[in-house]
Design a binder for this molecule. Structure first.
Ligand SMILES: Cc1cc2nc3c(=O)[nH]c(=O)nc-3n(C[C@H](O)[C@H](O)[C@H](O)COP(=O)(O)O)c2cc1C
Length: 274
């Protein structure tokens, strides 16, 4: 259960914490009194930390056993839009990786900031499977190829959209059309006990893709691996996720071996205004 500690000398009773609370479970009972949880409010708190984050005097501290004890000083909030737009335009899916491994600490630093991705009810239920051993990546990829082999015959959404036979031929020639010879795989996964769990994991994957270039790391989503992971029991057994958990999306990860010099052109913007 979350706990609020408020400094009597620092709190100005401005009520900003009460106003920001998305659950409406804080109250300011009187001019002289400190903000507090409403009756059963603490039970409904989603520990979003917004009350602590907006307090102008730093008077309020929210504690909960789930929270990482690390905290941060006030951060520079807004990036220059022009700079951020250029960064986002230059993010690319990386399909050629250097063979040298990305140190575990660098992957931890990246995943650490991805904790700041939004999640339904601030559940933060995303966990990470990192296949750091490249030999294991290759073994898992071979299992994914087995699934594609099993899908060769028949008219399916997969066979209509992808050249499965060509992909298998490419694998047999020593290429890796599924994991692109990436040294690592990163898979956010969630239990499916919450309506937003699947989306939470995909949003975490998107945040990882966006943050990675700033950390000097290349990524590419692997829909091919993901499709196999969702359907092929031998691959699911090898991934060995905890009971009831499902992979959100599969991300190839490594140091990039390509250097993009300019953004590609995009389709025209398509907006419906109402
Ligand atoms: C859901 C999804 C699945 C994807 N699966 C693959 C994949 O299996 N193999 C691959 O090489 N790229 C894959 N990609 C990367 C897209 O092809 C890529 O995002 C797109 O071509 C645009 O390129 P960019 O990311 O460099 O802007 C996937 C992207 C998404 C969003």
């Amino acid at each position: 259960m979350p706990d609020l500690t408020i400094s009597n000398s620092l709190c100005t009773r401005c009520g900003v914490c009460v106003d920001i609370c998305p659950m409406r479970i804080l109250e300011l009972p009187g001019k002289e009194l400190l903000p507090r949880f409403t009756g059963t409010g603490a039970d409904r708190c989603i520990v979003c930390g917004h009350c602590e984050a907006v307090c102008p005097t730093g008077a309020l501290r929210m504690d909960d056993p789930r929270l990482d004890p690390a905290s941060y000083p006030p951060q520079k909030t807004l990036l220059d839009a022009e700079e951020l737009d250029a960064y986002l335009r230059m993010r690319r899916s990386i399909r050629r990786f250097r063979p040298d491994p990305v140190p575990r600490e660098a992957i931890v630093a990246l995943l650490d900031v991805v904790r700041y991705a939004p999640s339904g009810s601030n559940r933060q239920g995303v966990k990470w499977l990192v296949i750091h051993e490249t030999t294991q990546v290759r073994q898992l990829t071979a299992l994914a190829v087995d699934w594609f082999r099993s899908q060769q015959d028949g008219d399916t959404l997969l066979s209509r959209n992808f050249n499965i036979a060509g992909m298998i031929r490419s694998w047999q020639k020593g290429n890796d059309p599924i994991c692109r010879n990436a040294p690592h795989l990163v898979i956010p996964y969630t239990d499916r006990q919450h309506p937003t769990a699947a989306v939470d994991a995909i949003i975490a994957a998107a945040h990882l893709e966006i943050a990675a270039p700033a950390h000097g790391i290349g990524t590419c989503l692997s829909g091919f691996f993901q499709m196999a992971a969702e359907s092929w029991e031998p691959l699911q057994q090898a991934l060995d996720l905890p009971e009831g958990h499902r992979p959100g999306y599969t991300i190839l990860l490594g140091f990039p071996a390509t250097n993009f010099l300019r953004p590609p052109r995009r389709n025209r913007l398509d907006i419906t205004w109402r």
